[in-house]
Ligand binder design. Structure first.
Ligand SMILES: [Zn+2]
Length: 352
């Protein structure tokens, strides 16, 4: 359905009382909505990547809606247990945040405390101890900051010819070139950070200022310890935010991720989230061997009792979602209208 028509139809459903009817139905009570967030803007990140960020005021509006509507916001582990046992309370929701960026600590965590809501952070850990901006996303952000320009010469960062920053595609091509060169030359994290610093210089951006603000950095060990001590649930997202096709390398990502989280927080994480939402059927037995109890995707849907535990759907909320869309999903109407989800999950053998 075309988006404006769909939104108009959803608006009519809300006006007609369908939202509360579905929210209070037995059908909805048997399902868990797992909400997915990525970043919460420290500054202008939601303008750069509106599908991955929300402004803090949008997040606050969502939390206020959950509170006001008497939604049962459950810790993820409890939500999943009660889903299986068939004992979910009415209007169940679990909150998850991917990656564990510093902006979670600075923006989301205080709001969660204020509203008294539990949440899970799927923490990727390489940049937890290496306290520098995440290289790939920082390069993309720097280029976006100077969008519209053409830089005459990219030699200082090893790029031939002029740098065209005028389109999403041309900027993405520059990032790809920087990432591929770094991989080919086996650059260390420090060397990559120096490239990012040089790129910032070339673009006349104050890199030290960005670093001081901790934009595009992850939470460090001390911050992770603090949020874990205050009840935030820390779970698995791989050590280096990647899912290799080789079993040994894939399982090492889980092991390194788990041991880093355990060393810092004494938690033993058993819930997993696929980095970038990418999953393959071959991953499932590898996750089972690592004693992973659940895994979430970015496929839209409510989790059902019969859902495969290692392919749980979520609803990804971000800056471009309207409040109406958000409400349609927490009530369950959005899931009823999302017909494509079932088709996408049929790709997995043994289901559907
Ligand atoms: Zn991620």
């Amino acid at each position: 359905m075309l988006r404006p028509i769909k939104l108009a139809a959803i608006s009519l459903l809300r006006a007609g009382g369908v939202f509360s009817l579905v929210a209070n139905s037995r059908w909805r009570q048997q399902r868990l909505l797992i909400l997915c967030y990525h970043g919460v803007s420290l500054e202008d990140e939601h303008l750069w990547r509106p599908f991955l960020y929300v402004e803090p005021q949008v997040l606050e509006q969502r939390l206020a809606t959950l509170k006001k509507g008497n939604f049962s916001v459950l810790p993820l582990g409890e939500g999943l247990q009660r889903l299986r046992a068939g004992t979910l309370p009415a209007r169940s929701v679990s909150l998850t945040f991917d990656d564990g960026a510093y902006d979670f600590y600075r923006k989301a965590y205080p709001l969660l405390k204020q509203y008294g809501l539990p949440a899970t952070v799927y923490q990727t850990t390489y940049y937890t101890s290496f306290e520098r901006p995440v290289f790939t996303v920082m390069c993309s952000y720097l280029l976006w900051k100077q969008r519209g320009q053409v830089i005459p010469d990219g030699k200082s960062v090893g790029l031939p010819g002029p740098l065209d920053l005028r389109t999403d595609e041309s900027r993405a091509a520059i990032v790809r070139h920087l990432v591929e060169t770094s991989a080919r030359e086996n650059r260390t994290g420090l060397e990559k950070d120096e490239i990012a610093a040089q790129l910032a210089r070339l673009l006349k951006i104050d890199y030290d200022e960005l670093k001081a603000k901790r934009i595009l950095q992850l939470m460090n060990g001390r911050e992770l310890q603090e949020i874990a001590a205050h009840g935030i649930d820390i779970q698995l997202h791989t050590h280096r935010h990647r899912t290799p096709d080789d079993e040994g390398l894939f399982r090492k990502e889980i092991q390194d991720n788990r041991s880093t989280i355990h060393a810092l927080t004494a938690l033993n994480p058993v819930h997993f989230c696929y980095p970038s939402g990418v999953y393959r059927p071959t991953f499932l037995p590898w996750l089972r061997k690592e004693s992973v109890l659940s895994a979430t995707t970015c496929d839209a849907g409510l989790a059902e009792r019969e859902s495969e535990s290692l392919l749980l759907p979520r609803y990804v909320d971000h800056q471009r979602r309207t409040q109406l869309e958000f409400e349609s999903w927490i009530t369950g109407v959005g899931d009823l209208l999302a017909v494509r989800r079932k088709a996408s999950q049929k790709l997995v053998p043994g289901r559907g």
